[in-house]
Design a binder for this molecule. Structure first.
Ligand code: ADP
Length: 273
């Protein structure tokens, strides 16, 4: 899969220094893939991911940080289940960032984030992330503009530090449009097995759609760097979202070329009785 659809990684990456106008991005785009062909591609891609992570974990050398962001109902949980589900949980710590606790608020905003970054051999996944500190925090004026506006540079410096310390960073923005969000919210209301996901507060956030889009556009414009690129994933169609994320992850891990390590002791002639 890494080879057949390698162009997705190029097509969806936000080039450093460019400004993406999300109104010009089609969240239903499928980049030439079809739902029918995607099923087999995804199965193969996930098998590839399982193999790559097994080697990465065994080698214990590389650290990989995956950031998942998206407006409510964009599919962060589904991506975790369907794509990261290919990984052995032992080597794939997932951290979900919620409203900061009192203890977290007593520290700088990157404190809780830095403690959660992956160690050697791990693929650490952030379900929401430090970007909330320039998204929800900005949209709701939780801190003054003079404070949040300095965070883009701080985040770039933080991510550069991680990269300089051997961390490969991949950031996914799952992009759905407002109509799709309405349908997904409605489905949550209608389906008793999904209703628990719905909160009235979601509707308040939905009213601030344009503010969130503007905040995301600034994140993409200011924080997509060579060391830590953002990918905008058209996510109206779950199957394409899964395929694109799996594909980009596979290409990224493939490049690290993880290898099973040699045994640390001489095992020649060992006989097991
Ligand atoms: P999710 O929506 O991710 O499935 P929750 O329903 O628990 O999980 O929502 C987590 C909430 O925490 C979101 O509304 C998010 O905006 C909020 N949050 C995350 N990080 C921060 C932060 N740094 N400051 C304020 N709110 C935050």
């Amino acid at each position: 899969m890494a080879r057949s659809t390698a162009s997705l990684r190029d097509a969806l990456r936000v080039r450093p220094g460019t400004r993406v106008k999300l109104a010009n991005v089609d969240p239903s785009a499928t980049h030439g893939h079809t739902k029918e062909s995607a099923a087999d591609e995804l199965t193969a891609g996930l098998a590839g991911l399982t193999d790559l992570q097994d080697r990465l974990w065994a080698e214990g050398k590389h650290k990989v940080l995956v950031v998942l962001q998206g407006i409510d109902a964009a599919g962060k949980d589904g991506t975790l289940r369907h794509v990261m589900g290919a990984f052995n949980p032992q080597g794939c710590p997932v951290t979900s960032f919620k409203v900061p606790s009192a203890d977290e608020l007593a520290h700088d905003y990157l404190w809780r984030v830095h403690r959660a970054v992956p160690g050697k051999g791990e693929i650490g996944v952030f379900n929401r992330s430090h970007y909330e500190d320039v998204l929800v925090v900005r949209v709701h004026d939780i801190v003054p503009k003079t404070v949040w506006s300095r965070r883009y540079d701080q985040i770039n410096a933080f991510e550069q530090l991680l990269a300089d310390s051997g961390t490969t960073i991949v950031k996914f923005f799952l992009y759905i449009d407002r109509d799709e969000q309405r349908e997904r919210f409605q489905a949550r209301l209608d389906d008793p097995t999904k209703r628990w996901k719905f909160r009235l507060g979601d509707l308040e956030e939905r009213k601030r759609w344009d503010d969130y889009i503007a905040a995301y556009e600034d994140v993409l414009a200011r924080c997509s760097t060579a060391a830590a690129p953002w990918y905008v994933i058209p996510s109206n169609r779950n199957w394409f979202r899964n395929l694109a994320v799996a594909n980009i992850l596979a290409d990224t891990l493939d490049e690290l070329n993880p290898r099973y390590p040699e045994p640390t002791e001489d095992l020649t002639g060992v006989v097991i009785e």
